[in-house]
Design a protein around this ligand. Sequence first.
Ligand code: WTA
Length: 572
Amino acid sequence: MGMKATSVKGRCFNLEDYDTTYKSFNWSEAEKSFSWSETGLVNMAYEAIDRHAESDKRNKVALYFSDKDRNEQYTFQDMKDYSNKAGNVLKKAVGVEKGDRVFIFMPRSPELYFVLLGAIKLGAVVGPLFEAFMEAAVRDRLEDSEAKVLVTTSELLGRVPVNELPHLKHVVIVGSGVKEEGLYIDFYKRMETASEHLEIEWVDREDGLVLHYTSGSTGKPKGVFHVHNAMVQHYQTAKWVLDLKDDDVYWCTADPGWVTGTFYGAFAPWLVGATNVIRGSRFSPEDWYQTIENYGVTVWYSAPTAFRMLMGAGDGLVTKFDLRSLQHILSVGEPLNPEVVRWGKKVFDLRIHDTWWMTETGAQVICNYPSMEIKPGSMGKPIPSVQAAIVDDQGEELPPYHMGNLAIKKGWPSMMRAIWNNEEKYESYFLPNDWYVSGDSAYKDEDGYFWFQGRVDDVIMTAGERVGPFEVESKLVEFPAVAEAGVIGKPDPVRGEIIKAFIALREGYEASDELKEEIRLFVKEGLAAHAAPREIEFRETLPKTRSGKIMRRVLKAWELDLPTGDLSTMED
Ligand code: WTA
């Protein structure tokens, strides 16, 4: 049932011998290639860009960027210069200092990456936000992080409630016709005169790097805090898992608003000095295949929903493009169906390598390596030297084939270091014997492969994006007609899950299709398009506990025609 690893078009693998490396690897080996092993101080952006600009990789292409309007390329030297300039804009015009939170709310563009790297060079903590976020989502994140600076575009500015954000000191606008007044700074105007020389802020490896907000099953999104040290694991997994080499052209399809797009769409490939493709348009099968063909992409990292959509577009389409450059394909974010792996083998003659990790783990943890046998449907094995296990709620390890909590032993390099302003939440991830509990359930087989079973909580994974039901419910009840709302993930063949909302209306409101549409639009415009329920069902009442909490598991059981389980806490 496995799929043997065969050398792909002469490719040799960075991780040849998993078992030996697993036992012998020491993270200090990864650190040797960084300057901080000598100085003790570090800056991720220096290691990702400047280090290569100062080497014989100076004129190597670091970034191929394109979208429907632009088609550009930047060498490592260019990236160094532009990120220095952007850093100077943030430093001089805006006064960004070490530790300040700088949020970035814009569609993918070269400027986004200049700002991202420039802010990191100043020692700032960066927070990339999805361009699809609407006002409430933007406000929650800027408020919680007490962001000092936001970098955005003229088009998105309308979604930034500047007057409600007392900590926000400046808004840097990337766009044309920007008027510098109040908080507003004109990015392009400032870039013109900004110096290419920037004094890098050398920080401690435990100093802040990134804040990525992510959804849980309760409460508002939480700020997952990562430090510079995470780059050790980004660097090493870029080798072992992405298998990047000097002549690779790498394309990660994720947006930096999602942790994959930041860590594996920018940091990891650049830390190993790879050529990185960033494509800024909306998904379309033709566009994606064309992108692979145009750039001669060799290593491609995407997500199951995208693969399923490509699969749905038909195998005939694949033959219209020259995709022979492809050598290595990877997937992340949701369960990768065996069917998709088989499809990949058929149309690309390549295996699709599943990888498992989370915003909180900060980097890939359980993976299928190019050199090893793949069991379609399995997420693979832990990266060398990191311990993963299936444990019960007390942290006792369970034997093979027993389903339980997927857990990782505390101490891997890229582990989150805090939940912003929420020590209690952070602590709640760990058991007393130092297992980090992921919230996923899984089992392990006798060969040490991990098999994903589902989420333990109510978190919804729709098209690879993590949506907290609470956030959607909170938005729904702001709508005048909605008295109560319960939100679940409903299985969907393409998107993994879709968001379904059960709604009880207030007195005097009539259920109708128009009303459903209005409600959907309200969430879409208030929160984010991907958070808007695709299905809405009106109910007289919703199942609740005696304390008034909506019982999502009962809604889910109803939806899926499953037994509802223990209802002893349900109100009459
Ligand atoms: C899910 C994404 C099955 C899982 C990098 C996890 C997966 C959550 C896989 C994290 C996979 C991620 N197979 N499920 N290979 N990879 N997940 O933080 O439920 O957006 O807990 O990070 O995605 O989502 P997040």
